[in-house]
Every structure is written in structure tokens, then in C-alpha cells.
Design a protein around this ligand. Structure first.
Ligand code: NDP
Length: 451
């Protein structure tokens, strides 16, 4: 049995219920097979066994008081996965589906993603099964304060620097940072995604969405294509989706879909920047449901369906897909339907939004496919830039940060292509991203000895 199969079997055996984590480990390790032969020193040093085991897992009780005065309890998590390249770094997710397996899958992906950015950041992830939907600002604040009351002792600018993810945006980061500052009596860069007034970076809110589109643009250029006049499907309507739409519009594409967890909208005329501003106001300020978009703009609305089901069931033609909602949103049959309807490029704004069957379909049909750990790395890369600005105590302009983001996405794209070619899988971005991300972390782990 190869070391890779052995590690995969062990991961499944010791934590049988962590399905999403198994999926992420299998996806990465299977593509690392060529590194085993070329780097026997990694095998001897147990790098493959060690990289799937988090450095530390923190789980804690988060009690908080509702507006009615009742005590509610959630579970908090922080998985500090690997700090070979720098302090642990990765977002916090607040969503009822959160459990240890999901946080471990996200933390594991984050190791390779952060390595690809070339910035000195390790991988981590955290969150809670708390659902901010339908909660008042006061309730969200009290929850965030209780969450930080435990988390503060495990994080720090040189130790672990959390950021946002699903359900954690500017409002939540403000409450979390405010409480950290209060109890530590320190104003440091311990979180990223902060407001501009208190240490945030320009372009950080835009970075994941913009970066995903920049990555797609690089992939398209390899086939002499670009976004101009292309029909684009975007899923989600949160942070990543909003800025992906804005950047596609700037590059001349037409986005015709969005969704939230209750409905999908099809707007054949295109979601222009005015409509995108409306979505931002609806989702970020009023915290409403996406159905309201269809009432305002008189478009089609499909309740309880995701974007990819609607495209398949209605035979909607699209050129480019940017899944920006959540994991496993595109399955094998939806992937087949996308390609049958003309899609030739998928760039993942979300983490692991395609099931393994969907990825097989993309690869069998030789479409351009940018996996999340490469395509959506612009968010954490710009968080890295926020950390640099915090430690230098200065702020760069919007243009400067955006330019650095573009260069980082170009460089990630090139690293993926170079690694895929060097390891005999030319043009395979999945293998390229995994190997390029892995090699750097593995070399650092090798240098440290068995720690
Ligand atoms: P947000 O919370 O801002 O938005 C998430 C969006 O996805 C919402 O519109 C939400 O709908 C929708 N959604 C969530 N679950 C489902 C579901 N099961 N079916 C349909 N729609 C769903 O999160 P982000 O935009 O920050 O994150 C989106 C994805 O991008 C995640 O996979 C995240 O891990 C990834 N990512 C985010 C980064 C960042 O910088 N924010 C960085 C890199 C990756 P609703 O409003 O109903 O909740």
C-alpha cells in the first residue's frame, strides 16, 4: 500500500464522521502521488502523515443571552492546522451546518492556499454553529463577545490571525476585534477584514471576488479568450459573489444568476452595477432574502433551488461558472448539464463547491477548471497585505492593493501551471495547485525536524 493510500485510510478510520474532511484530504493527497517518488525524504520524515493532523484543535462552549433574556449555547471551534510557513491564518464561519469535520476541511485547504500566495501564512480555520440569520445586532454582538471571551487566549498577531467567512463579515469582525481590544488592552493586527478606520485594508472586502475573476481571466487567456460578452453564472449573493459580479461587469461579461440559501434568481438582462448595489444593500444592510430582487426587477425566482439545479432543469446557456456560495453545491449531473449548455470555464470563489464527481466531469471534458484553493486565494492574500500594513503601521492606496492582488493571482496561476507541467500533468490546475502549495510547506516541515 502506498503511503498516500495508507494516510487516507487512517484519516477515514480515526474520524469516520468527518466526511468533508475526508473529501478534502483525498482530493489533495491523490494528486500528491508524483511527489512521493520524487521526494523520498518527505516519506522518511512522515510529512504525509503529519500534514493531515492539525497542530491543535480548540473546541469551546459559547453561551450568550438572547433579546428575550434567555440563555442560548453554541459550540465554538478553532483548528490551528499548520504553521510551518507563518502564523495560523484563516477565516471564521458562523453557520448552523458548522461542525469539526467542516472546519478541518476548510483549515486543511487553507494550508495549501496560503502557501500558494507566497506570503508567510500558515493554515487555520474556525467558527461556530451559530446562525446570524434572523438575529438582532445586539444578539450578534453578544454572541461575538462570548466567542472572543474564549478565543482571545489562543490567537495573536504572531500566533493565529482569524478573518471572515460565511456569516462573518464587517459587522462581526468589528464586534470580535472590539472585544479582543478591550480584554487584551492591545490594538494589534489580530484579525483581518477590519474596518478601514481601525486597521483594515482597502480592497479586502473585494479581494476574494475580484481575485476569482482575475484567476479566471488568466485561465481564459491560455485559450485566447476573455470575459467580454460572456454569459456568467454566479452562485451566492454574499461577500464573494457581490464583488465577483462587480469585476465581471467591469470586464464586459454578463452575470445572469445569483442565489441565497432560499432561492435562485435568473436575470437574463444581466445583473449590472446598479442591481449589484441593490444586492449589497439588501444582503449587507437590510439582511433580507434574495426573493426581494425578483420582486424589484421582475425576474424569475426559483424557491428552494440552487443555481446549478435551475440551470440544469431549464437548459440555460452559460459560458463561465463562478460558484461563490458553499461546499458541494455542484454535483456530477449539474456539472454535465453545465458543459452540455456551453460552459467551458469554472473558477471557484467558494471552498470546494464542486463534488469529486463534478471535478471528474470537468477534467474528462477538458474545460478550464480553477479549484478554490487557487482561484479564491485573493481573499487571504489581501489579508496578508492587511497584516503587512498593520505591522508597518501604514496604509496602501486602493490602486496599490488591487495591483498587488492582480500580481498575486497571476503568480498563483503561473505556479499552478508550472507545477502541473513539472509533475507530468500539464494544464491540470488541481494537481498544480496542490503540488505547488504542498512542496513549500513540506520543505519547511522537513527543516524543522519532527515537531
Ligand atoms: P457570505 O456569508 O457573505 O455569503 C454566502 C452566500 O452563500 C450567501 O448568499 C448565502 O445565502 C449563500 N449560501 C450559503 N449556503 C448556501 C446553500 N447551502 N445554498 C445556497 N446558498 C447558500 O459568505 P462569503 O461570500 O464570504 O463566502 C462564500 C464562499 O466563499 C464560502 O465557501 C467561503 O468559504 C468562500 N471564501 C470566502 C472568502 C472570503 O474572503 N469571504 C475567502 C475564500 C473563500 P444566505 O444569505 O441565505 O445565507
Amino acid at each position: 500500500m502506498s503511503v498516500i493510500s495508507h494516510v487516507i485510510e487512517k484519516v477515514k478510520h480515526i474520524d469516520p464522521e468527518q466526511k468533508e474532511f475526508h473529501q478534502a484530504v483525498i482530493e489533495v493527497l491523490e494528486t500528491l502521488e508524483p511527489t512521493v517518488e520524487r521526494h523520498p525524504e518527505f516519506v522518511t520524515a512522515g510529512i504525509y502523515e503529519r500534514i493531515v493532523e492539525p497542530e491543535r484543535v480548540i473546541m469551546f462552549r459559547v453561551p450568550w443571552v438572547t433579546d428575550k433574556g434567555e440563555v442560548s449555547v453554541n459550540r465554538g471551534f478553532r483548528v490551528q492546522f499548520n504553521n510551518a510557513l507563518g502564523p495560523f491564518k484563516g477565516g471564521l464561519r458562523f453557520h448552523p451546518s458548522v461542525n469539526l469535520g467542516i472546519i478541518k476541511f476548510l483549515g486543511f485547504e487553507q494550508i495549501f492556499k496560503n502557501s500558494l500566495t507566497t506570503l508567510p501564512m500558515g493554515g487555520g480555520k474556525g467558527g461556530s454553529d451559530f446562525d446570524p440569520k434572523g438575529k438582532s445586532d445586539g444578539e450578534v454582538m453578544r454572541f461575538c463577545q462570548s466567542f472572543m471571551r474564549e478565543l482571545y487566549r489562543h490567537i495573536g498577531p504572531e500566533t493565529d490571525v482569524p478573518a471572515g467567512d460565511i456569516g462573518v463579515g464587517g459587522r462581526e469582525i468589528g464586534y470580535l476585534f472590539g472585544y479582543y481590544k478591550k480584554i487584551r488592552n492591545e490594538h494589534t493586527g489580530v484579525l483581518t477584514g477590519k474596518g478601514l478606520e481601525y486597521g483594515g485594508s482597502l480592497i479586502r472586502p473585494e479581494a476574494t471576488g475580484y481575485g476569482t475573476v482575475y484567476f479566471a481571466q488568466e485561465m481564459l487567456a491560455t485559450r485566447g479568450q476573455d470575459f467580454k460578452d460572456k454569459i456568467v453564472a454566479v452562485s451566492g449573493s454574499g461577500n464573494v459573489a457581490q464583488y465577483a459580479i462587480e469585476k465581471v461587469n467591469e470586464l464586459g461579461g454578463r452575470v445572469i444568476t445569483i442565489c441565497d440559501s432560499s432561492a435562485t434568481i435568473i436575470d437574463e438582462k444581466g445583473i449590472d452595477n446598479d442591481k449589484c448595489c441593490y444586492i449589497m444593500e439588501l444582503k449587507n444592510i437590510r439582511r433580507g432574502r434574495i426573493q426581494e430582487y425578483s420582486e424589484k426587477y421582475k425576474t424569475e425566482c426559483y424557491l428552494d433551488k440552487n443555481v446549478w439545479d435551475v440551470i440544469r432543469e431549464n437548459g440555460i446557456k452559460i459560458d463561465i461558472a463562478l460558484p461563490c456560495a458553499t461546499q458541494n453545491e455542484i454535483d456530477g449531473q449539474n456539472a454535465k448539464a453545465l458543459i452540455a449548455n456551453g460552459c467551458f470555464c469554472v473558477a471557484e470563489g467558494a471552498n470546494m463547491p464542486s463534488t469529486p464527481e463534478a471535478v471528474d466531469v470537468y477534467q474528462e471534458n477538458n474545460i478550464l477548471y480553477g479549484p478554490g484553493k487557487a482561484a479564491n486565494a485573493g481573499g487571504v492574500a489581501t489579508s496578508g497585505l492587511e497584516m503587512s500594513q498593520n505591522s508597518l503601521k501604514l496604509s496602501w492606496t486602493r490602486e496599490e492593493v488591487d495591483h498587488r492582488l492582480l500580481l498575486i493571482m497571476k503568480s498563483i496561476h503561473k505556479s499552478c501551471l508550472d507545477a502541473s507541467e513539472a509533475y507530468g500533468k500539464k494544464g491540470d490546475y488541481v494537481t498544480g495547485a496542490n503540488i505547488a502549495g504542498f512542496i513549500k510547506v513540506a520543505r519547511a516541515m522537513l527543516a524543522y525536524g519532527a515537531v
